[in-house]
Design a protein around this ligand. Structure first.
Ligand code: UFG
Length: 329
């Protein structure tokens, strides 16, 4: 049993991890600025509202709560915004993470799980993407995450930190019990946008590019259920040894095209989704599919959700139960 500090624990992926950690008997403290996170996504008695640019507050929490591991989700994640406002991304995702790491180092907390991303790979030429695929990010978001990975490797070497950098592909779905789910403002992610179009809350879904070199001309992505992601964090945390460096891709190893995802939403909801075919979105690689063999072999992780319809079903249940997202609460 650990006393875990979960930064960004009121966010989409963080809140699913917090729920799992609590179910498995860990002591969890969520540290979240609530800039993007939702108060209603975590138990009130676990939440500490704070920013990562306040090292003295972090010090205080680490000491008071006797924290012995940190799972760091807090970050800004809008790829497009990172291109137009890189300062915001380097400041929060890199500088603030270094602040946090320094607080942890001073308090001798040496177990760290880091939310990294497929965006650290940029536009790889070969699929599937393994952990050995060169990391060449093409936007400041991916670059900020890769910079932290590099800093962590140095901390592991110099200070005997055990860390896991988990490189997520497309996080999706919602908790099967319908209590927590995906609620971003603004929403930019494909599955919630299609569901909102199916519900008539948006006029249509725009397909960003229909001329890609893929079977149906639309982009292919590896959609991984958010609860499977959460499980990977716990496994990594439980197995980490001092000085150990873990790098793992997290996907299901199968890609779905934008059109296939739209078809899945139509099948699950029984509703026709209005479509507009638009131009490509800058910076979108045609195909991103993970090989997650390494975490499967080394940690015994296995995704429970491997079918897009099953993933969409959980997202649909969340949206039906919370038509205004967390504003319902
Ligand atoms: N798409 C559309 N229309 C939309 C929204 C998305 O066609 O309205 C397409 C995109 O072009 C892309 C796919 O649907 O091909 C998925 O797009 P998302 O925006 O849902 O996800 P991304 O693959 O762009 O990004 C995700 C995470 C990022 C992370 C990235 C890593 O959201 O945080 O994966 O590759 F950096």
């Amino acid at each position: 049993m650990s006393n875990i500090l979960v930064t960004g624990g009121a966010g989409y992926i963080g809140s699913h991890a917090v729920k799992l950690f609590l179910e498995r008997g860990h002591h969890v403290w969520v540290y979240d600025s609530l800039v993007y996170g939702h108060r209603a996504a975590v138990p009130a008695d676990r939440l500490i509202v704070g920013d990562l640019n306040e090292p003295h507050r972090i010090d205080q929490v680490l000491l008071e709560k006797r924290i012995d591991a940190c799972v760091h989700f807090a970050a800004f994640t809008y790829v497009g915004e990172s291109v137009t406002n890189p300062a915001k991304y380097y400041q929060n995702n890199l500088v603030n993470t270094l602040n946090l790491m320094e607080c942890l180092r001073k308090q001798k907390v040496a177990r760290f799980i880091f939310s990294s991303t497929a965006a650290t790979y940029g536009m790889p030429e070969t699929m599937p993407i393994t952990e050995a695929t060169p990391q060449v990010p093409i936007n400041p978001y991916g670059a900020s995450k890769l910079a932290v990975e590099r800093a962590l490797a140095d901390y592991a070497h110099a200070y005997q930190w055990g860390f896991a950098a988990l490189r997520y592909f497309n996080a999706s779905g919602a908790h099967p019990d319908g209590t927590i789910g995906e609620d971003h403002t603004p929403e930019t992610h494909l599955i919630p946008l299609i569901i909102l179009a199916a519900m008539g809350k948006r006029p249509q879904i725009e397909i960003f590019g229909t001329d890609y070199p893929t079977p149906d001309g639309t982009c292919v992505r590896d959609y991984i259920h958010v609860c499977d992601l959460a499980e990977a964090h716990l496994l990594a945390l439980e197995k980490l040894q001092p000085g150990q460096q873990m790098h793992y891709n997290l996907g299901i190893g199968r890609g779905y095209s934008v059109r296939e995802v739209i078809a899945a939403v139509e099948a699950v909801t029984g509703k026709k989704v209005p479509i507009k075919e638009g131009p490509r979105r800058a910076g979108d690689p045609p195909v991103l599919v993970a090989s997650s063999d390494k975490i499967q072999k080394e940690l015994g992780w296995k995704p429970r959700y491997s079918d897009i319809k099953a993933i969409v079903e959980t997202a649909w249940n969340w949206h039906k139960a919370h038509p205004k997202g967390y504003k319902d609460k």
